[in-house]
Design a protein around this ligand. Structure first.
Ligand code: 8YV
Length: 322
């Protein structure tokens, strides 16, 4: 008997092919009456495949009495209550490491795009301004600039490493100083924001980091400063960010994530000093394939070997995670 797997959100065709051989698949998107499904099939569902955006709603998790494993396509799992899952003996897995390079590249791409006015200058060519008005106004270099990274995990370290190629002076803020990291540590995010030209946010989402970047931090970054967010929209107080940009209290922003995706605050759409991308940090063919393979691997190994490859820290104590 194949274990019953519930797919929340989308799975790639390659994932569907790999999962189809081994699991009896149910797609949440195709279930009309969830309450009726849970009543009829809820007890038979042993596994969930989901992603960082959709996660698993508490009511769904509560309705699956025999759920054993949740495999998340993405490194961020703030949309899954991993602590409650661990308490129930449910292993949650995610996809760390395989996306470090592309998310770090996205952060640097946004830094360059904001500083070098990529979108404005692309438009300068397309709109004919180059011919009618001559050369575009000068932009700013990121070379040798002080950069503060909020969050010095795997991706934060990759961003810092890549910024060495631009001779940037890297500092970081995290809850604790990291003994093996060679960059200047700030226990106080506001103090770091005051000292840098770029603040790159790459800390996990969730309650612990909600609105970590608040008005005080934004004001410390200031009119010459640029905020880059490739983490979660929830980490930045978006209303304060918009106000600061409107009032010229912040220089610019490169944003890949937003508080209410896919909704983006309207005022941002008209701003020249802001570059917006639709949560594509890890969205390359290569990285998404690696993430999909790891998402599947965690599920397959769980049922074949009673082990998973990449559990989230909250579940590290469970037998399948060891
Ligand atoms: C995905 C992400 O877009 O890994 C993450 O945390 O934010 C992204 O790679 C996310 O899982 C939603 O599908």
């Amino acid at each position: 008997m194949k274990p019953n797997l519930l797919i929340v959100g989308n799975a790639t065709p390659r994932m569907m092919e790999q999962l189809g051989d081994r699991f009896a698949i149910h797609k949440l998107s195709e279930i009309g009456d969830l309450a009726a499904f849970l009543k009829e099939k809820g007890d038979s569902i042993e596994a969930i495949a989901t992603n960082g955006h959709d996660g698993v709603k508490p009511a769904l998790m509560a309705g699956l009495a025999n759920l054993k494993v949740i495999s998340c396509f993405g490194v961020g799992y703030d949309a899954i209550d991993a602590t409650s899952a661990a308490e129930r003996g449910i292993v949650v897995t995610h996809t760390p490491n395989v996306l470090n390079n592309d998310v770090a590249n996205t952060a640097i791409m946004l830094m360059l795009a904001v500083s070098r006015c990529l979108v404005r200058d692309d438009n300068w060519v397309r709109s004919g301004k180059w011919k009618s008005q001559g050369n575009a106004p000068l932009t700013r270099s990121i070379e040798e600039k002080p950069v503060g990274i909020a969050g010095m995990g795997r991706i934060g370290q990759k961003i810092a490493e890549k910024l060495q190629a631009f001779s940037c002076d890297v500092a970081y803020h995290s809850r604790h100083e990291k003994p093996d990291v060679p960059y200047r540590y700030y226990g106080d995010l506001t103090a770091m924001a005051r000292d840098v030209d770029y603040l790159v946010v790459i800390t996990p989402g969730g309650a612990a980091t909600h609105h970590l970047v608040n008005r005080q931090v934004i004001d410390a970054l200031g009119p010459e400063g640029t905020l880059i967010n490739v983490a979660r929209g929830s980490v930045v107080d978006e209303a304060e960010l918009v106000k600061a940009l409107e009032e010229g209290r912040l220089g610019g922003a490169g944003l890949d994530v937003f508080e209410n995706e896919p909704d983006v605050p309207r005022p941002l759409l008209g701003m020249d000093n802001v570059v917006l991308t639709p949560h594509v940090g890890s969205a390359t063919v290569e990285t998404r394939q690696a993430m999909g393979d790891l998402t599947v691997e965690n599920l397959v190994r769980f049922f074949a070997e009673g082990k998973v490859t990449s559990p989230v820290p909250e579940c590290a104590g469970l037998p399948e995670a060891k």
